[in-house]
Design a protein around this ligand. Structure first.
Ligand SMILES: *Cc1c(COP(=O)(O)O)cnc(C)c1O
Length: 362
């Protein structure tokens, strides 16, 4: 694999400090974008080339561009946090880079070298450092690397040309009014991923497939869908964009990776953080019946979802065909909140980074 250089062509008209500060006062999620983006091309026979940091702006695509028809697309999501000393750091960007390579393999796309992925993210954060919210709260700069098939034509085959792009968007606190449990609809008929499918790849197609199930969850009065496995319709997999954890007193359990579950970096990190805090953490299959029964008999004390966007979200009410129950007293549980604080403290540079997860950019 070639490692391309990234040429710097920064914007001559970035937003003024006052305009940027006005956005940072209430950024929301995914609504505002920074001044720059990084783009790198790949062409068959030539490999990665033409890396550039350029002003953020529209892409121009032929209507017959491959990705618009056959969805050969993958993406990532990671955050840059402001540290107490004013420097900025991203959380485990190498893990995102490796997962991006795994997603690329699944979708028959070229693999971007890990160091190029990390360098592209670093350059964007360095040039748009003013967009990283102040230290103190849970605000961050969300990075969205993605890759699309850019070959023009309607033939169905792996494309011979691709574009890798990284954009960045300031993200407000996920729970501005304090952490609030989500209600979930455990769908008995919609599935997110099938064995041999692409459930373990981070690709837009999985999200397109989830929108109808999400709408059905909303119609049931729930915030999120929980997917069960596609064969037995009983093993708990994950939510549309977050992994799950079950708290059994001092033991935390997350569904074992089966190929149809997305391997979350937050999920993986929590296996370690939990051990640091004295919990036992394991990966095991959990069925929807066990979930209901263990909640009823009091052994399953808390359930939470996890992912880069919300870090940890407590699960309050669970609803499925013919049953409904509430975890604990419906309020965020103590273990959930303890794990949430511990991981956030590492990410914000408030706690010791003993696993070497923080990538400090200065
Ligand atoms: C991205 C994603 C997650 C969470 O992964 P993190 O690396 O923790 O952000 C979980 N499930 C799905 C389907 C995802 O796309």
């Amino acid at each position: 694999m070639t490692t391309p250089t990234i040429e710097l062509k920064p914007s001559s008209s970035p937003l003024s400090d006052a305009e940027r500060e006005a956005i940072l006062a209430n950024p929301g999620f995914g609504r505002h974008f920074t001044d720059h983006m990084v783009t790198i091309k790949w062409t068959e026979g030539r490999g990665w080339h033409d890396g550039q940091l350029v002003p953020y702006g529209p892409l121009s695509l032929d209507p017959a561009t491959n990705v618009l028809h056959y969805a050969q697309e993958i993406f990532e999501g990671l955050k840059a946090y402001r540290r107490p000393d004013g420097t900025v750091a991203t959380f485990r960007p190498d893990a995102n880079a490796r997962r991006f390579q795994a997603s690329a393999r699944r979708l028959a796309m070229p693999e971007l070298p890990v160091e190029t992925f990390v360098e592209a993210c670093d350059l964007l954060v360095q040039h748009d450092k003013g967009w990283v919210p102040a230290h103190g709260g849970e605000e961050s700069l969300y990075l969205r690397p993605f890759m699309i098939a850019t070959e023009v034509g309607l033939g169905v085959k792996p494309a011979s040309e691709y574009l890798f792009v990284v954009i960045a968007s300031p993200a407000g606190a996920y729970f501005p009014g304090g952490v609030k449990p989500v209600s979930i609809w455990a769908s008995q008929d919609r599935v997110r991923a099938v064995p041999g499918g692409m459930g373990d790849a981070k690709t837009g197609g999985n999200y397109a497939a989830s929108l109808l199930a999400q709408a059905e969850a909303a119609a049931q009065g729930c915030d999120q869908v929980c997917y069960l496995d596609a064969v037995d319709h009983k093993w708990v997999e994950e939510l549309g964009g977050m992994n799950l954890y079950f708290v059994y007193g001092n033991k935390i359990v997350t569904p074992k990776l089966t190929g149809s579950i997305l391997e979350g970096i937050t999920r993986d990190s929590l296996l370690e953080v939990a051990r640091d805090l004295g919990f036992e953490s394991v990966e095991e299959r959990v069925s929807i019946d066990q979930w209901r029964e263990d909640t009823a008999n009091g052994t399953l004390t808390e359930v939470f979802a996890c992912g880069t966007a919300a870090v940890i979200t407590p699960v309050g009410t669970v609803k499925t065909d013919g049953a409904e129950w509430t975890q604990g007293d419906g309020e965020p549980g103590a273990a959930t909140m303890k794990l949430r604080e511990a991981l956030l403290d590492i990410q914000r540079g408030k706690a010791e980074d003993k696993h070497g997860w923080m990538h400090v950019l200065g």
